[in-house]
Ligand binder design. Structure first.
Ligand SMILES: Cc1cc2nc3c(=O)[nH]c(=O)nc-3n(C[C@H](O)[C@H](O)[C@H](O)COP(=O)(O)OP(=O)(O)OC[C@H]3O[C@@H](n4cnc5c(N)ncnc54)[C@H](O)[C@@H]3O)c2cc1C
Length: 410
């Protein structure tokens, strides 16, 4: 059992994309490097991107996320490996005929080359890990978790599941929606369990996806098709958990029949389909993002409904903001765990996150309301589609362009 206590240590719980991005931004920042030791603890045994197989887990990354990765020189690497741009988006309810409404977005309408890119989880993590391997002050421990944390006068004491103990100036909890570190810190959350699950898989289609992301609102929840680089589409199908149980039990052929029907034939005949993965959907928001010597980022602070594909994008904005505040603290001679430093980060991120979380939750509820709400929804979708200013605002917001402007001005 070793005990590490360098001058300044930042301990990151969770080697997910958000935790790794915080680490990469800090490692690359001349204000924090190289006298700050960065330690990442990830309980999975390790991760490696396989160029031959498209990962089951993909994210629609916004321009704001692209810029964060580009600031590290990593966006080029990701594009060179595998990423699929989407230039259009179509959102609709109903059967696509008379009793339906839809909105269509096109990147050309806001003078942008695309509305975002679909990037695999393992590719994102592998690229960040390779970058971090170039820094002697960064250490990643796989296959271990944080078992105990205790605030001290100098920051935090932590005990790992492998028996290791360490002192750090601050612990960044980036250990996902069910964050154990958040619980250990006693940080409370507002949580809503809609008893919904999402089924995820990659599917071939008769019609080309034409670099268009599709989302159909069904009475049971939204079904999204995200265009992949290999011509297939990644589906994210949200539904009540009981329905997910039923569909999970079906063989591929039976599942494809249900999917075909739910798709409204938007991509023609569907199939074959890859193995299906399932996620429980829970909306969680921490009341506070910081405690003495500790701070939350990404899903540990907020988990949002995947219907707008924004959870990772919000998490990467957290990462950029937190790294900026920690860099600023070091420049001014403050401790990383200084309460004022962590509170400033919380103030900068909480408003945005709450707004997004409430909008996704409201959208999900609105589209699951039965009967009487349908004309209202159709009117709303149609009205937005006919109002270019509203459409441009929504596109800029989804791309994170508004966030980027505010960040730069902060
Ligand atoms: C079906 C679905 C589709 C989605 N699609 C999109 C999308 O298109 N675009 C988008 O922006 N967002 C999307 N999201 C949201 C996105 O997945 C999350 O917001 C994102 O993964 C959060 O990243 P994170 O690094 O904070 O957490 P995670 O990705 O959950 O990573 C947390 C890491 O911490 C590790 N860990 C957990 N506990 C411990 C512990 N005690 N000690 C050490 N390590 C620990 C885990 O192993 C994991 O590696 C989607 C979510 C779902 C469910």
């Amino acid at each position: 059992m070793g005990r590490t206590a360098p001058a300044s240590t930042i301990l990151i719980a969770g080697g997910g994309p958000v935790g790794l991005t915080v680490a990469a931004l800090l490692a690359a920042d001349p204000r924090t490097a190289p006298d700050t030791s960065i330690r990442i603890v990830e309980w999975q045994p390790g991760i490696a991107w396989d160029p031959e197989v498209t990962d089951a887990r993909v994210y629609a990354l916004s321009r704001a996320s692209q810029r964060t990765l580009d600031s590290l020189g990593l966006w080029r690497t990701i594009l060179g490996r595998r990423a699929s741009p989407y230039r259009n988006m179509r959102v609709w309810e109903g059967d696509g005929g008379g009793a339906s409404a839809s909105i269509e977005f096109a990147s050309a309408d806001i003078g942008e080359p695309d509305l975002g890119h679909i990037v695999e989880d393992s590719l994102l993590r592998t690229t960040l890990l390779e970058f971090l391997a170039g820094f002697s002050n960064v250490r990643v421990t796989f296959g271990a978790s944080i078992e105990a944390v205790r605030a001290t006068s100098g920051g935090i004491d932590a005990r790992l599941s492998d028996g290791d103990t360490m002192e750090a100036s601050v612990i960044v909890a980036a250990d996902g929606g069910a964050s154990r570190v958040r619980t250990l810190l006693g940080l409370s959350v507002a949580a809503c369990d809609p008893e919904q699950s999402a089924l995820v898989a990659h599917v071939e289609s008769e019609l080309p996806h034409a670099e268009t992301a599709l989302q159909r609102f069904l009475p049971t929840g939204p079904l999204a098709f995200l265009p992949l680089a290999d011509g297939r589409s990644s589906i994210v199908w949200s539904m009540p958990t009981a329905e997910a149980d039923r569909l999970t039990a079906l063989p591929d052929a039976g599942f494809l029949v249900a999917l075909q029907d739910a798709s409204g034939n938007a991509l023609g005949r569907l199939g074959p389909i890859s193995a299906r993965t399932r996620f429980a959907l829970r909306t969680v928001h921490a009341h506070r993002y910081c405690a003495p010597g500790a701070v939350l980022a990404g899903d540990a602070a907020h988990s949002v409904h995947p219907l707008a594909g924004q959870g990772m994008n919000l998490g990467l904005l957290d990462a950029a903001c937190l790294a900026e505040e920690l860099g600023r603290a070091r420049e001014r001679g403050n401790d990383y765990g200084d309460h004022a430093v962590l509170r400033r980060y919380e103030r900068r991120r909480k408003g945005d996150n709450v707004t997004m979380l409430l909008s996704f939750d409201a959208l999900d509820r609105l589209f699951r309301l039965p009967g009487a709400a349908a004309p209202l929804r159709m009117f709303g979708l149609g009205a937005v589609d006919r109002t270019p200013v509203a459409k441009r605002f929504l596109m800029r917001r989804a791309l994170g362009l508004e966030h980027a402007i505010r960040r730069a001005a902060a």
